[in-house]
Design a protein around this ligand. Structure first.
Ligand code: IP8
Length: 257
């Protein structure tokens, strides 16, 4: 929702500014931010078939172009965060992570940990990465979120989406769809096959991809809240632990917030 998914290379500056303001007001520390590719990374990633791995030399320049597009989007985000007095510092996944068949195999976390200790807010994003099995791959922001949350022992994950949370069916096409306020791990596992992938260009799978990744963190006891980041104040409320319209996903039956 920080880009216009229908128009390539188009940031949604109003949304980026508003979210920077909400994040700044929430004053969460320590905090790591991760954003996705939207209409910056995904069209290039699809054009050059990066996610499927290396098959043709022309993909090398395509890899660079996809990464460049992501750094352009990241720059808009960084500018908004820093202008709202958030001590944000970008961490480029392509420079510190290597995947194996699309899954993070190694990731250098020392600088990131040091940044957190010093009071910075590291900002990562879905990126092109080198892959030990298939040469090249796309590492989604969603995989980064759950992997970092698990490795760094996060207490909570807040996921911003363009819908209010998880629904009984796709709210964009089914008006009888109902928001699910709380989902346990068992329910999530059985829901996983029903959740829709993204309709827009999204090589890493929209809401389905998000839930698939986040299941791993929830299994480790990390509570996750999905809120509608297009609606003003929801991210702020979720970050500050206030009651908010959204879906809480946790390992056990109880709700928080
Ligand atoms: O939007 C994918 O990140 P995501 C980034 O978090 C690229 O899946 C480069 C397509």
């Amino acid at each position: 929702m920080i880009t216009d998914k229908k128009k390539p290379l188009t940031p949604n500056l109003k949304a980026i500014e508003r979210l920077a303001d909400e994040i700044s007001r929430a004053k969460v520390s320590p905090l790591i931010l991760v954003h996705g590719g939207g209409s910056f990374g995904h069209p290039f990633a699809e054009q050059y078939e990066i996610a499927g791995g290396y098959i043709d030399p022309s993909q090398i320049l395509g890899f660079s172009q996809t990464h460049l597009a992501m750094t352009l989007l990241n720059s808009w985000v960084m500018e908004a965060l820093i202008s709202h007095n958030i001590p944000a510092i970008e961490v480029h996944p392509s420079s510190c992570a290597v995947t194996k068949a699309g899954r993070i195999a190694t990731m250098e976390l020392k600088p990131l940990k040091k940044m957190l200790k010093t009071g910075f807010v590291p900002v990562l994003y879905g990126d092109t990465v080198l892959d030990s099995k298939q040469g090249i791959a796309i590492l989604s922001g969603d995989q980064l979120v759950s992997s970092l949350a698990i490795k760094l022992g996060a207490s909570r994950i807040v996921m911003g989406a363009d819908v209010d949370g998880l629904y009984t069916s796709d709210p964009k096409t089914d008006s009888s769809a109902q928001l699910i306020e709380h989902v346990t791990l068992e329910e999530l596992k059985s829901l996983n096959h029903k959740i829709e992938g993204s309709k827009a260009t999204d090589v890493t799978g929209g809401m389905l991809g998000k839930m698939h990744e986040v299941t791993l963190a929830i299994e480790q006891g990390i509570e996750t809240v999905v809120v509608n980041a297009t609606k003003s104040g929801r991210v702020y409320k979720a970050l500050t632990g206030k009651k908010v319209i959204g879906t809480v996903l946790s390992g056990k039956g109880e709700t928080v917030g």
